[in-house]
Design a protein around this ligand. Structure first.
Ligand code: TYD
Ligand code: MG
Length: 485
């Protein structure tokens, strides 16, 4: 076997190709394929087994039954409640967490805050920065008021040195590596940041975390395409993947669990970036609604669920006459395909024709919503914009809309209503109770949770249009099909 062979690896998805090409067949990315040297691995297992070497010396694995108890892993609370919640209740020892996000979004800031808080709680915490010099990290710590935290800080990128150090760590509860893209193994020829380096460095660090028992946090940058550079490979290797998101122009940041072997996914933590670092936002709804101005058309409040938590957000729609050609559909924070569907349903089932208009849709504050339950709120914002009438003040909306215009039940209506009531809303426009729900169960729960909240159950989009005064409607009479469910 030739020693100096190379292979071609896509830096976006890690797929290996026999030769260079402009486009990766596996993930469709362009110009991501890079030639990398194939590393001569020390002692490939295949060869050893074939030769019979190692078989004699290796320890046999032990099989067990499905019964028996293992205690839930004791967790280390970082002291940032929002982070702990997204992690599923704190850091799990001997686990690996990947924290991804755009450059400059605040990954280093939140990790420094979490690490400092954990060290203050008396747990040994190591922070290894590969991007910033010790002085820079100290400066930031000073600004954040963390300078007195007993955190062990180092600037290092050579994984051989880092591994040797961690190998002799008995006490460490948490090791933060900021970032995995700067780490490199001198046994590999590839440059730091390449798939080969990132994968090998992460594998080594994860192995150390498992054997030495510390929680490992790997910070990873996301490329323009949205994947952590190289490291879609990393998502498989770690136990938990968190993404730190936010719009540049907005001060709040959302930490989202994408994968979690020790907790729920789709859980979010909300932070606000201030000059004293990231502050936890205990009541995100209040923050998302802070800039809402009542009594304007084209706005509706959606009572959503993010992870396990209800979150209220404002949906804004703006219609403008289209200057001809194909009208514009610009969407921020929601799915544009879903908007097209809603516009089609509004036209076909309710006679509200918006095809001559440019449609702009925005989830205020920069939150990204993926729940179909937002359909009704989006429709309300659109109808409000089309009729130039504000939605009823103090009303929230939720419900999924089907192709025949029917409004369908969504999950956790009680939690949504409770949050709306808590924030002073007085009315909820929502789907009818599911018909097949067990005897009065839904009704009972709803009646209990909704003191002071008036419920307007609507079964069809036409019922939504009926809430806007007819004189000022600019559309044909709604053609409501007889049987909608
Ligand atoms: P940083 O944590 O360095 O981002 P990342 O590690 O994800 O690249 O955050 C950098 C940004 O955060 C920078 O633009 C300045 C801002 N920032 C604040 O607004 N307040 C603060 O207290 C700190 C430390 C940073
Ligand atoms: Mg950073």
């Amino acid at each position: 076997m030739a020693k100096d062979r190379t292979r071609h690896v896509c830096q976006a998805c890690g797929a290996v190709h026999p030769r260079w090409s402009g486009k990766c067949d596996a993930c469709g990315a362009w110009n991501t394929i890079v030639e990398e040297a194939i590393e001569a691995r020390p002692g490939p297992l295949g060869k050893e087994v074939a030769k019979g070497v190692g078989r004699a010396g290796a320890r046999r694995i032990e099989f067990v039954g499905l019964q028996g108890q293992s205690a839930p892993p004791p967790r280390a609370l970082t002291g940032l409640a929002e982070l702990d919640r997204v992690l599923g209740g704190g850091l799990v020892p001997a686990s690996a967490v990947l924290v991804g996000g755009d450059p400059g979004i605040g990954k280093s800031t939140i990790m420094l805050q979490a690490a400092a808080a954990l060290s203050r709680a008396g747990r040994r915490t190591l922070y290894i920065s590969g991007e910033e010099a010790v002085e820079q990290v100290r400066l930031r710590a000073g600004r954040l008021g963390l300078a007195d935290a007993p955190l062990a800080l180092a600037a290092a990128t050579n994984l051989r040195e880092i591994a040797a150090t961690l190998e002799s760590e008995d006490e460490a509860a948490l090791v933060v590596i900021d970032s995995i893209q700067t780490m490199w193994l001198d046994s590999l020829d590839s440059a730091p940041g390449t798939v080969a380096q990132v994968r090998a460095s992460a594998a080594e660090l994860i192995r150390l975390a498992k054997t030495r028992g510390f929680a490992l946090i790997l910070v990873g940058h996301v490329t323009k395409e949205g994947a952590i550079a190289g490291p879609r490979v990393l998502e498989h290797m770690v136990d938990t993947v968190l993404y730190f998101e936010g719009e540049r122009g907005h001060s709040f940041r959302i930490l989202r669990a994408i994968k979690n072997r020790f907790g729920a996914t789709d859980e979010i933590g909300v932070f606000e970036m201030t000059d004293r670092g990231l502050m936890e936002v205990a009541n995100p709804s209040a923050l998302f609604l802070a800039e809402r101005r009542g009594n304007v058309s084209g706005s509706a409040v959606f009572a959503g669920i993010e992870g396990t938590r209800p979150v209220l957000v404002e949906v804004q729609a703006l219609l403008a006459p289209s200057p001809g050609g194909s009208p514009r559909r610009a969407v921020i924070g929601w799915d544009s395909g879903r908007l097209s569907m809603l516009l089609a349903v509004l036209e076909a089932r309710c006679g509200l024709t918006l095809s001559g208009n440019d449609v702009y849709l925005n989830i205020a504050g920069g939150l990204r919503i993926s729940e179909p339950a937002a359909d009704l709120a989006v429709a309300a914002a659109l109808v409000s914009a089309a009729t130039d009438q504000p939605t009823s003040p103090g009303a929230v909306f939720f419900g999924e809309i089907g192709l025949s215009g029917e409004v369908r039940p969504v999950s956790q209506p009680e939690a949504r209503l409770k949050e709306a009531a808590k924030l002073g809303f007085r009315e909820a426009v929502l789907p009818p109770k599911p018909a097949r729900q067990g005897a009065g169960q839904g009704a009972k729960g709803r009646a209990m949770q909704t003191e002071g909240l008036q419920l307007a159950e609507i079964g069809h989009l036409a019922d939504l249009l009926a809430r806007f005064s007819p004189q000022r409607r600019t559309m044909r009479a709604p053609a409501k099909p007889g049987a909608s469910d």
